[in-house]
Ligand binder design. Structure first.
Ligand SMILES: Cc1cc2nc3c(=O)[nH]c(=O)nc-3n(C[C@H](O)[C@H](O)[C@H](O)COP(=O)(O)O)c2cc1C
Length: 145
């Protein structure tokens, strides 16, 4: 489908609540993918035992509406936006929500490449470097998507 609306990309980090196991993620992902397809949202969810890193991309206000619901979800806490902004193209176009388990070291590596904002309130979309790292990870570790 040609993209007519401006596209945004958002990257956040959060801590998983105690009750979250990989098994519970199966049903979360099934519902998420259905919703994301309807809302033209795509992305990647990484889970490393106690933390999540997720990229959401697509048009507004669908993206921010979903992010507000995700923020309120008790299955995680300390939801922290790392990057948000306009992008020219999707990084995860073929994934309504790719999923890959990972480890804390990979998540820390991604967070370590995010530049510190130069001014309060000034946000930028995920950098090309972050997008390439995450896309490669999804291609190698989320083959069922
Ligand atoms: C880490 C995490 C990632 C999530 N990702 C998505 C997603 O990509 N799409 C989606 O529809 N719901 C996602 N959810 C679920 C939403 O938080 C929420 O449960 C869902 O949108 C239904 O919201 P509602 O119960 O207010 O209708 C995610 C939840 C968590 C904890």
């Amino acid at each position: 489908m040609p993209e007519s609306a401006p596209l945004y990309s958002l990257l956040y980090h959060s801590h998983a609540s105690r009750a979250v196991h990989e098994v519970t993620l199966t049903s979360l992902l099934r519902k998420a993918r259905l919703h994301n397809q309807q809302a033209h949202l795509t992305g990647l969810l990484l889970f490393a035992k106690e933390q999540f890193l997720q990229v959401l991309e697509g048009p507004e206000p669908a993206l921010s509406d979903l992010y507000a619901r995700i923020n309120d979800d008790p299955r995680h806490y300390d939801v922290h936006t790392l990057a948000y902004g306009l992008v020219e193209a999707r990084t995860f176009a073929e994934w309504p929500m790719a999923y890959a388990p990972t480890d804390a070291a990979f998540i820390e590596k991604i967070i370590g490449t995010i530049p510190v904002p130069v001014a309060v309130g000034l946000t930028a979309p995920p950098s090309e470097k972050v997008n390439l790292l995450l896309r490669k990870f999804a291609q190698d570790h989320a083959p069922d998507q």
